[in-house]
Write a protein that binds this ligand. Structure first.
Ligand code: ATP
Ligand code: MG
Length: 360
């Protein structure tokens, strides 16, 4: 394998983005919180990774570490390489040029990225003048192009608005335009549509997908909802308590989910073909405290198939990226051990109806 470099040209046989044994540990007053603990994945150009898991599973901390925007109490270890260039441990000044231009993020709340007292055109052009060194006229033209690209009607007129004069969906389109301003290689959307109503949510997700395909960017779509990433991703990583517990090509994950947590998460996705009162909404129990995590499987306390082995020994995820990896001693499709409550044990071969399409 090619050696990672911090300078020079991209390494040809490296994927666009690769994380290896990535850890984000936070020094909190209560003790060490392992928000991300040993995560590995790779994304090629034009590929989308869906990152799913319940609240607090480490999704945001993981993508923030790729962007270099973790809280100051965070210690980042392991490796993140963009086109073969290592980002972890690189001097901030050098890394900032990469993060600012080549990896961009769209947040859940558009007001996180927008300045409420500046007009949209100014916010768009300032970032392009700063990062791309464009002149005023050029930056203005490009701002209108970007607003058109993200489907803002009457872009010239809207560009003179302040953020509060736009609807939530329009504001999110503007933040997508801002994220695209420097032509990033990787676009990260962290729950970018969660706050929007279902119709607008779908429009924004479609827009992201179209732009990503057109520009050949790598994309990471973060969501607590497997239904949102189904049919929009090439691979899915399921996070639980700071770790990946299942990682696989998307079609394979839906057809043969193996981890008991993935199974439970699928059960928690609201399905429109099931009467409202029969729709399971949440996984019973709560996620564990990441500071006092026990040594066994972190999901054991909530898992119907858990036995003494699960409580004593943490199952490992395979290392072979691109294959179907899962960290479970008693995966779906195998018999739950004697004595365990096999509540979540069956249904491995049933394909959930929320799966809209399976990428080739
Ligand atoms: N600034 C911080 N200080 C201390 N702990 C933090 C901080 N930010 C996040 N955490 C903790 O890190 C863990 C992972 O949080 P993270 O925000 O990555 O979860 P998430 O999967 O994105 O959740 P959500 O779906 O709610 O956005 C959680 O236990 C959270 O409490
Ligand atoms: Mg989050």
């Amino acid at each position: 394998m090619a050696e990672p470099t911090t300078t020079g040209s991209p390494t040809p046989d490296e994927p666009l983005l690769r994380a290896e044994d990535l850890r984000v540990h936070l020094d909190t007053p209560r003790g060490l919180l392992k928000a991300v603990d040993g995560v590995s994945f790779a994304i090629e150009r034009g590929e989308t990774l869906g990152l799913v898991g319940e609240s607090g599973s480490g999704k945001s901390m993981l993508v923030r570490s790729l962007m270099g925007i973790c809280p100051s109490i965070a210690r980042i270890r392991g490796s993140v390489r963009l086109d073969g260039r290592e980002l972890v441990g690189v001097p901030r000044k050098e890394a900032r040029t990469i993060w600012g231009n080549r990896i961009a993020m769209v947040f859940q709340d558009p007001m996180t990225s927008l300045n409420p007292v500046l007009r949209i055109d100014r916010q768009l052009t300032e970032s392009m003048r700063l990062h791309l060194g464009l002149g005023k006229k050029e930056a203005n033209e490009r701002a209108i192009e970007l607003l058109t690209l993200v489907g803002i009607p009457e872009p010239l007129k809207r560009s003179r608005s302040y953020p509060h004069q736009l609807s939530g969906g329009m504001r999110q389109r503007v933040t997508i335009a801002m994220a695209l301003a420097c032509d990033p290689d990787v676009l990260i959307a962290d729950e970018a549509t969660t706050a929007l109503d279902v119709t607008v949510q779908r429009q924004i997700l479609d827009l992201l997908q179209e732009i990503q395909a057109e520009r050949g960017m790598g994309m990471i779509l973060v969501s607590h909802d497997l239904g949102v990433v189904a049919g929009r991703t090439d691979q899915i990583a399921v996070m639980y308590a700071g770790r990946m517990v299942e990682h696989s090509p998307t079609a394979d994950l839906f057809a043969h989910r193996r981890h008991r947590y993935t199974e439970a998460l699928l059960g928690a996705v609201p399905r429109l073909d099931v009467p409202r009162e029969q729709r399971p909404r949440a996984i019973p129990g709560s996620p564990p405290d990441l500071i006092t995590l026990a040594s066994g499987c972190a999901f054991a306390a909530r898992c119907g198939a858990a036995d003494d082995l699960c409580r004593a020994q943490r199952p490992e995820l395979g290392e072979d990226l691109g294959t179907h990896r899962f960290a479970c001693h008693h995966p779906v499709g195998t018999d739950a051990p004697a004595g365990a409550d096999a509540a979540s044990g069956d249904g491995a071969d049933e394909k959930p109806s929320l799966m809209k399409e399976t990428p080739a």
